[in-house]
Design a protein around this ligand. Sequence first.
Ligand code: AMP
Length: 283
Amino acid sequence: MKVFTKIKDIQEFLSEQKRNGKTIGFVPTMGYLHEGHLSLVKKATAENDLTVMSIFVNPIQFGPNEDFERYPRDFDRDRKLAEDNGVDVLFHPSVEEMYPEESIVQMNVKKRKDVLCGRTRKGHFDGVVTVLTKLFHITMPDRAYFGLKDAQQFAIVQGFVADLNFPIDIIGVETVREEDGLAKSSRNTYLSAQERKEAPEIYQALLKGKKAVENGVDDPAEIVRLVSDHIRQNTGGEIDYVEVLSFPELDPLERIKGKVIIATAVQFASARLIDNVILDLSR
Ligand code: AMP
């Protein structure tokens, strides 16, 4: 596995690979790798000649009161995991390398951002599409892989790549879970023992909502109530949101139909967890 920290070096290397006809699959991450990240790598290695992973905790997608400073980092462990799981090229730039001076342009997401996490994480998705624009220009991938756990991110990235004509296929990958159903996340390390016990109830709540929809409940408010009640009754976490929206448009629904997402964010003492289920009623 080749490791790069400088933009110019990785661009030179990958340009040469592309000239030789190699296809590139790209997996952007913030590191502290777990099986969720590695499932993206597995798909990328199966579908491309070269798998490129970035590990970069992107400061501009964190709000002033968010966890940028304390976000877990362990590059030596990540490097080994990446290599053992088939990553060919690892890009691990410093913040100074990615943002050497104040930017003269700013990316603004216009749609799909005023719901779910976008409600409270102002500017978060602007930071995401900005860093992805840079990373896409740096790694020049044919395909890029994103987890559906971050469903709003996936919906926005799909829209932004289509809008700006990036010649990249955006591939969504199912959420990888712990045995008890908790969605794997680097932020799970923040949970206390008690919170870790309660956290799988978030997925149970979503499954309850999904089942109700499958059984014919088509009132979004009723699903929100059902899911919220389950989370309140079974965890000490505070609900940030429970929403039922069309997917990937993320529009509100009068009645539940077509492809929809039931999504939630729950704030525990020191960890904010998100999860969702996506259902397609048109099939
Ligand atoms: P992060 O390092 O949290 O920014 O995540 C990097 C990529 O891994 C994103 O596309 C995430 O959606 C994806 N990802 C994170 N957790 C999971 C999971 N449990 N299952 C599948 N993909 C995930």
